[in-house]
Design a protein around this ligand. Structure first.
Ligand code: DQA
Length: 152
């Protein structure tokens, strides 16, 4: 299986570090990307790291990943709670999908408690801050490795 992993980020995450730091922390998305790239190197993964405020761009990256990638880590941000279209796109992707939220969405407003993306995600990480991305990458690497391992 391909060791290419897409890390996709939804709307407003470009403002990470400036946006409600009491909720999302002080790290910027560039910091998150740098940490992900470092870890990906250690895990032998190749990374495509993207952010968009536009739903269709996220869908297009999922379509691109279908052709090439061994996994997707996605923080769909507010699209988590609204986007059947992103769910439909992820349902066309055959490899592991891990959903990440920096904040604990279950401790927040009721509208954040429902996730369309969770209907497809193989795992969900919420409330572990930006460390959630690292843990998600480790999980994807493990699932890729297990797929490669010969049957016992
Ligand atoms: C978020 C949680 C979402 O509810 C919110 O809309 C975001 C970020 C998180 O990472 O905690 O933009 O996905």
């Amino acid at each position: 299986m391909s060791r290419l992993v897409y890390v996709l980020n939804g709307p407003n995450l470009n403002l990470l570090g400036k946006r409600q730091p009491h909720i999302y922390g002080h790290e910027t998305l560039a910091d998150v990307e740098a940490d992900c790239r470092k870890l990906a190197g250690e895990l032998g993964l190749e990374l495509r790291f993207h952010q968009s405020n536009r739903e269709y761009e996220i869908i297009d990256w999922v379509h691109e990943a279908r052709e090439t990638a061994g996994g997707i880590v996605i923080n769909p941000a507010a699209f988590t709670h609204t986007s059947v279209a992103i769910l439909d796109a992820l349902n066309t992707f055959d490899a592991p999908v891990i959903e990440v939220h920096i904040s604990n969405v279950h401790k927040r407003e009721a509208f954040r408690h429902h996730s369309y993306v969770s209907l497809r995600a193989d795992g969900v990480i919420a409330g572990l801050g930006t460390q959630g991305y690292q843990l998600a990458l480790r999980r994807v690497a493990k699932l890729i490795d297990e797929k490669k391992a010969p049957a016992a």
